[in-house]
Design a protein around this ligand. Structure first.
Ligand code: 13P
Length: 274
């Protein structure tokens, strides 16, 4: 199976900003307006590269209203979702509420949720399915901690998370998946996985999707890298053929920096059919 992308690839690059628990709705409005300006100055072409933001829940509706009212070419998503649709689940947010807001995506299984909130693979699989019930595309986050990386078991560990997260999905749903490979040791640490590391893991994830579903799913699911991505390291990562975008934390809180990262995605050169 050919795993690399090519010019006829249906995979539009995705540059995603996870604001985490930063930016109240007033700050978020300001950041979004600055981001829209910076993208416009950088002549961002939304037909070629998709940019998405993931604000905290209380900021999400303000951000989404601004996107709609100002006709901004940005996508948005929540940072988490309930596995349930509605009912007595205090503190949770339903995928149907996100859909009603106009969100396209939701993060599922970010390592901070796995670690701090003890989210298990079973819960995350239920969240992935809840998202699809309401036509929201899950961005399933996977990746190993430092100890696992040091033992060399990182590929096996990450693929185990992947298999559990996508268990029971239809091919149609799987083909729309976004998987974010975020090695935990690279998140917020300044340690960035090398472009080859990102490529190797994305190749392994794509091959696994091919095994679990089929070659079409492997060819269409989008794979992101996340972990200390900045404007000065994004180009090399985004140049890798199996990396379809980045999930950015800290650097997405600065409009100019994030717009620069979005500008790092270059048109891909055709790969001759083999
Ligand atoms: P940083 O870019 O701050 O390392 O965060 C990565 C991340 O966790 C994105 O979800």
């Amino acid at each position: 199976m050919t795993t690399s992308t090519n010019s006829s690839s249906p995979r539009k690059p995705l540059i995603a900003g996870n604001w985490k628990m930063n930016m109240d709705h007033v700050q978020g409005t300001d950041l979004l307006q600055h981001l829209a300006e910076a993208l416009s100055e950088a002549k961002h072409d939304p037909e070629r590269v998709e940019v998405a933001v993931f604000p905290p829940f209380t900021t999400l509706s303000t951000v989404q209203a601004l996107i709609q009212d100002d006709g901004l070419n940005l996508s948005s998503g929540g940072q988490d979702v309930s596995p349930f649709d509605s009912g007595a689940y205090t503190g949770d947010t339903s995928a149907q509420f996100l859909a009603k807001l106009g969100c396209k995506y939701v993060l599922v299984g970010h390592s901070e949720r796995r670690t701090i909130h003890n989210e298990t693979d079973d819960i995350l699989n239920a969240k992935v399915k809840a998202a699809y019930r309401h036509s929201i595309v899950p961005v399933l986050c996977v990746g190993e901690g430092l100890e696992i990386r040091q033992t060399g078991a990182h590929v096996g560990h990450t693929l185990t998370q992947l298999r559990a997260g996508v268990e029971g999905l239809t091919k149609e749903h799987a083909s729309r998946l976004v998987i974010a490979y975020e090695p935990v040791w690279a998140i917020g640490t300044g340690e960035v996985a090398g472009p080859q590391d990102a490529q190797d893991m994305c190749t392994a994830i794509r091959a696994e999707l091919g095994e679990l579903f089929d070659a079409d799913v492997a060819a269409t699911a989008r794979l992101l890298y996340g972990g200390s991505v900045k404007a000065n390291n994004a180009s090399a990562i985004l140049n890798e053929p199996d990396v379809d975008g980045v999930l950015v934390g800290g650097a997405s809180l600065e409009a100019a920096e994030f717009a620069k990262i979005a500008g790092c995605e270059q048109p891909r050169t055709p790969v001759p059919a083999s």
